[in-house]
Write a protein that binds this ligand. Sequence first.
Ligand code: BGC
Length: 771
Amino acid sequence: MKSALTAGTAIAVLLASSLIPSLTAAAQAAPSGKSAPVAVKERPWMDTKLPAERRADLLLAQMTLDEKIAMLHGPMAMPFGGATLPEGAIGSAGFIPGNARLGIPAINESDASLGVTNPGSVRGDKDLSSALPSSLALAATFDPAIARAGGQVVGTEARAKGINVQLAGGVNLLRDPRGGRNFEYLGEDPLLAGTLAGASIAGIQSTGVVSTIKHFAINAQEHLRMTANSVIDEAPFRESDLLAFEIAIEQGDPGSVMCAYNMVNGVYACQNDHLLNTVLKKDWGYKGWVMSDWGAVHGLEAFTAGLDQQSGEQLDKQVWFDKPLKAGVEAGTIPVARLDDAVRRILSAMFAHGLFDNPPVKGPIDFAAHMKTVQKEAEDSIVLLQNRDNILPLARTAKRIAVIGGHADAGVPSGTGSSQVSTPYQESPFPPRSVPLGGEGMMAAFARVVFHPSSPLAAIREMVGASSQAAMGIYPGEKAKASDAVVTFDTGFYPQAAAQAASKADLAVVFVYQPSGEGEDVPDMSLPFGQDALVEAVAKANPNTVVVLQTGNPVDMPWADKVKGIVQAWYSGNKGGEAIARVLFGEVNPSGRLPLTWPASASQLPRPTIPGWGEPEGTKVDVDYNIEGADVGYRWFARKGATPRYWFGHGESYTSFAHEGLKLRGGKAPSASVTVRNTGKVAGSDVVQLYLVARPGGSARRLLGFTKVALAPGESRTVTLPIDPRLLADFDAKAKAWTIASGTYRIGVGVDAGTVEGVQAVALPAFTLKP
Ligand code: BGC
């Protein structure tokens, strides 16, 4: 049934299509959408001195009804269901044709936050992009500057491919550690997620490309995502998922918002008047446009409910925003003012972000420069979870190291789905290793783990000066290195063979991975492919075992007490192997902190079983988010007095830090200052984390501010963190305002969300803030 399809299905169809080679040529020959310069006199909206809205109005006044409607819907920009690539489309996720008469550029839309994708190699398999670490990894950096730099990489590459709208800015809060798309999002905290999404969007848009924040809103489980109904009351909604969007929109000013597949309180997100018209457009004063997710439109009523553009239209039951919309306007059931509003929003964002004045130009990409940013992001995202007996950093004097598992000989894993960079940058002419996951259902055909070509094994060998197997004689051209260190590799497919390799080594590094991706959640927190047994066997054979986790989520670790080191490397992107090796050997002091709370087991979660688990696609299911409400992640654990395996904010370092002299300032613009000191022997970066622990009415755990500080041994710095009063407030749904109660607020600095020290009190007056 067409309505049940998604972009994923389309990509699957595309993969099976024999049309690919001819279409690739067509895509390359397609016009860039750039129109010949016409005098401002003829096209007054091209006067760059005028504000974007004014220019949009001047252009709108010239448009016919058909021309307006043409801007409000568009197909997938790939061959689909027998249809060819839309004329003029570059080949990507979506396309809105341009208007030659008025000089309106075509909109070419590509996924996503983690790099510019090339779905089903629609632009050919030589069209490469930088593969950034997952967004969850980015969140672990706690560093908006890195988010912005990564955004610039994505935006620059989008432009170089002729893309002018990047479907980037996933900011759904992580409410379930089994979520298939958690790797595309920025963790469980609204301040952290909103701030980093905002910075990343700003980075993308600084290059002259519109960024699309998504998926609005509370699209927190993939299982049954087309029929799941997210149930949540207004106040906790505003204080959690909506707050993340609100902060990201304030800080990043994205040109567009993508509404989600799921229902919210019984109404599909893309036709949810409350969400789109009231919260987004009215309360927040959002001026950009709302586009649908691909296959998320269920009727024309979506238009009056605030959806401006129907995307990936073949995936819906009907193209509602074409003929039915026109008929509605002609019959007067849809006001012309609403039609104009939708077009004005698109045009204004296009003018504001340079799509008319500075259209993208296809050209080469400076991958060498981009790889530096990608590597820095990966390095700063790695979280040292456990370091017993200071096994890490690894001694460079180790003579024999057994590297085991995780396809570490090939690269680092990536998450699957529309965000996956399947043609990552690489020097090699051979495609990267790709492991199909198989199975049944919509996403099965293209669910494959692409190993981004940055081999941790090669990087470790490089680090200790060890020869690769190739240099040891297989390829006569390569020279053996001087070092007498030996780094062996075992695939880890058979625990017994891996244990044998480990028993002969000074230390063992086991790489384990968990595939996760769009379209489905993982059923539980276990590692697949028998990897727990692998770790157990290796740890038994060698007491000096370090595990490198490469996952999109927290996982159970039944072997945690039997290994010395545990490193969370996430899906680490195009330079992941190098980043991991540098952390293992201490060239980089790990500074990542968990952007999520790591449960000891799924029984601690608000929903121990994923709602609707075991039910077939199409089953309607209520997901009751009122259980935890705004207390997502660490707040839930704090509320329940439960102890997770690791708290949000956890992450060890090769040095130590002290926090001294916390000073709080009250009033209507509260802030905190604190001195952080490197008390250890090596340089390192600390994430200063400021938490609320109590407010009038009782205890409450909320991250109020954070900043990353790099310090030499003995060095100290005093940092000042402004506190957004919304983080101290309750949202009053009736008064539609944030209310800050007068009284005493207790605030401290956390090593993590569960360990808050040096708590001080500050008095605040009562005040309210409009949303
Ligand atoms: C995803 C979106 C993506 C779109 C276009 C959908 O399946 O949910 O995140 O932007 O496809 O590829």
